[in-house]
Design a protein around this ligand. Structure first.
Ligand SMILES: C[S@@+](CC[C@H](N)C(=O)[O-])C[C@H]1O[C@@H](n2cnc3c(N)ncnc32)[C@H](O)[C@@H]1O
Length: 331
């Protein structure tokens, strides 16, 4: 289902059209953006891609930068935990390093003991599940969920050779898990934007359905590595109250999501960085820092939501190999 166009997205498509008309697209800094509407705009603007962040008006960027700097939302990331990951891997193997760290967090938590099912939400090719299955030697079955049918042929066969594994091709927004899955542990690695919120709601519904059947117990432990915050949407975000309580509106939320993309700017500006670099009144490094703060803000709201349900919940830095380094752990 396509999200409704927000005001920002309307602006973005219009701005992209306008850039295209003016021939600006060919000069603009190119930054890939995986958002639905940016893909539309790319097509409409003529093969060049911008970040939506670059189209947030300067006054709003500066206002948000001040706002977020002042806010008392900060939740310190726990130190990178000893996670059972093997020796540091080369940056080229960053996904391996991230998987190993995630596996280490799950295994060292003890949550797998007695678990019936591991849920891998947004499982992609299934590499995380495979690594977890190998490392943990768990008797639990694996349920991989991903909306992309193309991913189904990847590591599933290897998973089934070693144990029980099934794949569900479905959008998490519409998934209702069966309480018959028994005691579950849920993992995600880089489940994009609002899909993380779908996953959180899906687990809450599972716990509620179990409770309705009289199966009381702690909520389903989860280990969620978040990413692509520019794809979060107001209507699906789990903690709108957190945003409003910090004095931000729905429109500000859309800006925060867009600006979060700046977190992924390279450490140094490229040689060909466009003129007008300080267009928003922020230099390259300040834009990166603001992007990271936006991501932290969005994950902090999710953390608060989890703290309302779980005995312990934390935002953990689980890797140094990527700016997408936050892991929500709740159990
Ligand atoms: C960045 S990939 C990560 C894949 C895998 N976890 C990994 O680390 O390699 C995100 C995955 O989430 C899936 N995904 C995104 N939104 C989803 C949704 N709403 N429901 C189900 N899967 C979704 C995508 O199809 C994609 O395979």
């Amino acid at each position: 289902m396509r999200p409704c166009r927000s005001r920002l997205e309307e602006n973005w498509v219009e701005a992209a059209r306008s850039c295209s008309r003016q021939g600006v697209a060919s000069r603009a800094h190119v930054m890939p953006d995986h958002g639905v509407w940016s893909e539309l705009a790319v097509a409409e603007a003529g093969q060049r891609s911008f970040s939506k962040a670059d189209l947030v008006p300067r006054a709003r960027v500066l206002a948000l930068a001040r706002r977020l700097a002042d806010l008392d939302f900060e939740v310190p990331l726990a130190e990178l935990q000893a996670s059972g990951a093997p020796a540091p891997v080369a940056a080229t193997e960053k996904h391996v390093g991230q998987e190993c760290s995630l596996v280490g967090h799950v295994v060292s938590s003890g949550c797998l003991e007695g678990a019936d099912t591991v849920l891998d939400l947004g499982a992609g090719r299934g590499c995380l599940s495979e690594r977890l299955q190998q490392a943990a030697g768990t008797r639990a079955g694996f349920l991989l969920i991903d909306r992309d049918p193309q991913k189904a042929r990847c590591r599933d066969a290897a998973l089934r050779r070693r144990g029980r594994a099934r794949r569900l091709v479905a959008d998490l927004q519409h998934v209702r898990l069966d309480p018959a899955l028994g005691r579950c542990v849920a993992v995600t690695k880089h489940l994009c934007g609002c899909a993380t919120d779908f996953g959180l709601r899906c687990l809450r519904a599972l716990d509620e359905d179990k409770a309705a059947l009289g199966r009381t117990g702690p909520p389903t432990p989860l280990f969620f590595a978040t990413c692509c915050h520019h794809r979060c949407t107001w209507e699906h975000y789990v903690n709108q109250a957190f945003v409003l309580r910090h004095g931000l509106s729905e429109g500000d939320f859309a800006d925060v999501c867009a600006l979060s993309h700046w977190a992924t700017l390279q450490a140094r500006p490229p040689e060909e960085a466009p003129r007008g670099e300080a267009r928003e009144g922020l230099d390259w490094g300040q834009r990166r820092a603001l992007g990271q703060r936006c991501k932290r803000f969005l994950d902090s709201g999710r953390l608060e939501w989890l703290r309302g349900r779980y005995a312990t919940a934390a935002l953990v830095q689980y890797t140094t190999l990527s700016v997408e380094n936050r892991l929500l752990v709740a159990r």
